[in-house]
Design a protein around this ligand. Sequence first.
Ligand SMILES: Nc1ncnc2c1ncn2[C@@H]1O[C@H](COP(=O)(O)OP(=O)(O)OP(=O)(O)O)[C@@H](O)[C@H]1O
Ligand SMILES: [Mg+2]
Length: 231
Amino acid sequence: MVEEALIRLSGIHRRYVAGETTVHALRDVDVAVKPGELVAVLGPSGSGKSTLLLVAGGLERPDSGTVTVAGVELGKLSAKKLFRHRRRNIGFVFQNYNLVKTLTVLENVMLPAELDGVNRREAAAQARAALVAVDLSGLEDRFPDQLSGGQQQRVAISRALSGGRKVLLADEPTGALDSATAAEVLQFLRKQVDDGAAGMVVTHDAAVAQWADRRIDLLDGALVEKPGAAR
Ligand SMILES: Nc1ncnc2c1ncn2[C@@H]1O[C@H](COP(=O)(O)OP(=O)(O)OP(=O)(O)O)[C@@H](O)[C@H]1O
Ligand SMILES: [Mg+2]
């Protein structure tokens, strides 16, 4: 059986024009990620890793090529429909957690469901269940500042996947963590993907890439083809 990819990027080009110079941030990039698959994205600084994630998540539009996420081609959606598709299907995790500092742990995890119009009681129940699943129950009423970096990142990952989102895009999610805490977060990420999500994780760190099913390498915006690598 051929399983449908949850993330499919085909022939992606993305340029940034700044005055006289044009940066080719992505050049003819193809990537497909299936449910249960975690793909590590590596490459030097400036090679296009973050741009790739932003394009995959519909936060940047490509200049050419198509992006299909959870069966929907993003380029065909109006801004409003894109926003909704993104919120329902795509979770982002950033290096610096991006938790809302003025909201408690519970409120942070509830936020996407609430934005989606789920009533507060239902959203709280879902969020409590998500926090039990990530072994953070008991911390619901703390604020992000009162958690360790690894705990904050686990909150961010559970928020990203709350409400049944299946696409997880993480940009250097362990960059701010020591190696033991990073391993704990990666194990958690791995488990979420094993449960059926499709994940892309950007990293500078080959150790992080070992948690992935495969890696792709970018150089100057283009995929580096590994000799003999299966595609
Ligand atoms: N908004 C922008 N305007 C102009 N150029 C940009 C913009 N965003 C990114 N770039 C350029 O596009 C290229 C790719 O950037 P990108 O952020 O994707 O790299 P990266 O691989 O994530 O780097 P790092 O490892 O440092 O995070 C770089 O040359 C960068 O300067
Ligand atoms: Mg980056």
